[in-house]
Write a protein that binds this ligand. Sequence first.
Ligand code: COA
Length: 244
Amino acid sequence: MEPRNKPDEGAPMIRLGPDAPSAIRIESGRLLLRPLRLDDAADIQRMAAEWEVARYTANIPHPYEPGMAEAWIRSHRDDFEIVFAIERRQDGAFVGCIGVEPDMKTRDAEFGYWIGMPYWGAGYATEALSALVDHVFATSDVDRARAAAMPDNRASIRVQEKVGFRYVGVKLQAAPARGGSIGVHVRALDRRRWLELKAPPPLPIVLVAAVALVDADGRVLIAQRPEGKSMAGLWEFPGGKVHE
Ligand SMILES: CC(C)(COP(=O)(O)OP(=O)(O)OC[C@H]1O[C@@H](n2cnc3c(N)ncnc32)[C@H](O)[C@@H]1OP(=O)(O)O)[C@@H](O)C(=O)NCCC(=O)NCCS
């Protein structure tokens, strides 16, 4: 990945909860999102060098020369983008990267991610994106999560849709592996929809009406018409009219 640009002068500092970005650790069912370490460089170097990974990203050049991963990790600036290693909890394997760039002025946050090819198809990108989106909405004032994908990147589009993102438009985005910029599709998930998706499903409503209308001699004065009869299910007075 290319060293990051400097943020706008005077841009508000990113804050996600009380912890400094470099201290944030997010756990999901199978994954841990944790700050990058220098000893991730070898994994990143190997995985990001794959054309199939680089060609869809906004920040991985191709070819990916030796030393680029380490330079990228060292260039990390917590104050405008927070990048996490995606680690598999079961065995500590490094499986990819995910980052978020919150803009505290517009209250939008842009998400980006990649998974190393040996780990594709296991649901890791979906799980990591979902966990990070949850964390950002839960710990900041961000109102809208956004993510972009090249129109032919069906896997990434599917990941975004599984997390709840919906198409909002197109924009031009850097594609360093392709040597220029490319039109990408932007999808977004706003806070209100995120809350709806997170709300527990409504409990089924069960109406129970128990009626016992019995006279002093124990005779049933009200009963339900049996199934199969006309007006089945309605209540009636089999014992005759009730008088005062
Ligand atoms: C896109 C990427 C992150 C997906 O990672 P992943 O961990 O394999 O994703 P998941 O397993 O969570 O989900 C992938 C979904 O896409 C689907 N998918 C994969 N290839 C597909 C294709 N060619 N067409 C349609 N759907 C496809 C999978 O079936 C799965 O959906 P499902 O759960 O409904 O079956 C990974 O392929 C990658 O890193 N690609 C290169 C870099 C990149 O594209 N980054 C994102 C930039 S926007």
